[in-house]
Write a protein that binds this ligand. Sequence first.
Ligand code: C2E
Ligand code: MG
Ligand code: MG
Length: 747
Amino acid sequence: MPATYPDPEARKKRRDTLMQLRLALREQQVVMDSAGVGIVFIKQRVIIRCNRRFAQIYGHTEAADMLGQTSVSLYPDIASFYALGKAAFTIMTQGLAYKSEVLMKRRDGQLFCSHLTGKLVNQADTEEGSIWIIDDISEQKSAQAQLQAVLTEQNLILNNAMVGIAFLRERTLTRCNHSFEKLLGYAPDELIGCSSRLWYPTEQDWLDAAQQWQVPLASGEAFQSELLLRKKDGSSIYCEVRAKAIEAHNPAKGVIWITLDITARKKAETELLQARTELEKLVALRTQELSQTVLALGVKANEQKKSEAHIQKLAHFDALTGLPNRLLLHDRCQHALSVAHRNHQSVALMFIDLDHFKNINDSLGHRVGDEVLVELAQRLRKTVREQDTVARLGGDEFILLLPDTDTAGAARVAEKLLQVALMPFQVEHHELTVTPSIGIALYPKDGADLDVLSKCADAAMYQAKGDGRNSYRFFTPAIQAHSDRALLLDNALRRAMARHQLELHYQPQISMRTGQIVGAEALLRWYHPELGAMSPAEFIPIAESNGLIVPIGEWVIRTAVNQLASWLQRGMAPLTMAVNLSAVQFRHADLPQLVSRILQEADLPPALLELELTEGVAMKNPQGAIAVMNDLHQRGVRMSIDDFGTGYSSLSYLKRFRVYKLKIDQSFVRDITEDPDDKAIVGAIISMANSLGLKTIAEGVETQGQLDFLRAKGCDEVQGYYFSRPLPAQAFEAYVESQAHRPHSVD
Ligand code: C2E
Ligand code: MG
Ligand code: MG
């Protein structure tokens, strides 16, 4: 039924009202549609009006799509619809707005969380409907849930982290994990709200720390440092801290601190540092000690080197002349020989011995002798080439090693050496001359090593001496044979006495006047089982050179004296015993005493012993000889000069010699019957002896003719094969016996 309006005014008013209403509704719809939340008007469980947002929340596009729908469809199920209605209407009927979060169901059945605010249009009449504002908070909810999860996770991480983590704002702790509390010795949550000043040792430290971290944090960087912090109990811990503003560039909004206790590490580091410092100190000390030791060692090594060099010098060089010694010569020789062997060269080895050098030593003293040797060494050195070696073997013996030198070269050098030695040596106020005898051996001709070569050179040198000295000789096979035999005899002779290989033979000496045996000459015989009978002319010089002549000579005197004593005891007519004396024996100081002792032991009158000396013995050192002869003469011993005429006896000395007899050498006797010279010499000797009051005896008489001549000249005694060869003792005795029965004549 249509409404009727009484007047136009009223109608107009009504029209205006309706227009205003429509406008208001439109405005309302615009407001509703532009609202961010869903708005719905429900009356008697039916959706009367809603905005687009509401429709969208529930899965529709336009608000119109939902008009007329029952509100039950908005809920997940009927039960939830009723539950909400019951809760909401209790509140809403009191005129209050009902607010709640409830689950709703979208058009597609999906549930979502919503925030509801509902109010009755008229609290007094629920039939007039209700208005609901609905907000889909499912996203917010899930965001919240996520946030919660993150926070839970964060807490989990925080509290299980091994490092201390603290959130500070305005230097006040807002949150921290257990590790941070434990690190500083606080109970859970005890630090919340506390100022960070609490865990800094001093106010200054705390302020300083802020100075350090503020700049990097404000510029969005992290701050990292090592800080000394204080625990609740007051003890200190070293921490490594890292800080970062939660909101970059704005530390005021909060800073997160990650703190790691590095006290143990620090301690270890400090200890390590200390240990290292200690070690370094120790190393420095040791190094110093070591360098000192090294220094000392160096000094020692140097000293040792020096002393080694000195020893080396002593070992290899002759102390007097500074020349290489035998040892060094040996090395050099080996080297020279091996080079020569490779290059097919010859090497000369020279043996130099000074003639009669002993005289200089004996008469002028060793100092003078030494100076001559030093000077000579220099001359030798200057004479030879650089590559030659001049070595001194001791005494007055030198060896020269001349590499790459043949016979001609060696001869030239030897001549030069003889020349340089000839120049007088001026020592103190003495002007001395020495002459060398040089023996030369050549590699490879004469030998292949130093031993053989030096033996050869030595033998050649003896040859040079034997040939008149002051000359040189090359080694030859003849010298070889000679020196070989000399060596052989030398060795054999050393054993001869002990093996009773020596024996004396006796040669009778006959008086020219009576024809009777007036004496015997004792002549030494050596019979060697292998070498056979040896001539004394050969082995006596060897015995002289090796000194054996002294004991052998003593044996000869004793044996001869004892033999004569025993003959006399057994009734042989008295006769003299002539014993040959070597120069070496004669020089021996106690010869006179020895002779006297032997005579006394045998109880023989000294006048029955006659000592035969060669001319050389007496002439070499006439003054000394005269003294010894005087001594012997005083003891009653007679002396004769053997081999007279072969030497150079000075008549003036001859007068002063206490000799009793001259023994004319057999070399004159041999040709006395034919050679006018020998006749003249022998005649002269006899008449000279007569004028000096000396007796004469001729040896080597073999023929009647010789005997006749000697008798005619007035020779006193004779000795020779004409009467008898030298005989063994028994044979001599028998000979004497047989002669005793002959008429007293030598005709
Ligand atoms: P000597 O003292 O001049 O001895 C004489 C030498 O002439 C002896 O040689 C003797 O056997 C030898 N003779 C004697 N009558 C004749 C003769 O009618 N014709 C020939 N052709 N020779 C005769 P021996 O025994 O060989 O002695 C040689 C030399 O050895 C001795 O020469 C003497 O200088 C030395 N000598 C021998 N025995 C000794 C000794 O006991 N001591 C020393 N120091 N020298 C000795
Ligand atoms: Mg003699
Ligand atoms: Mg003689």
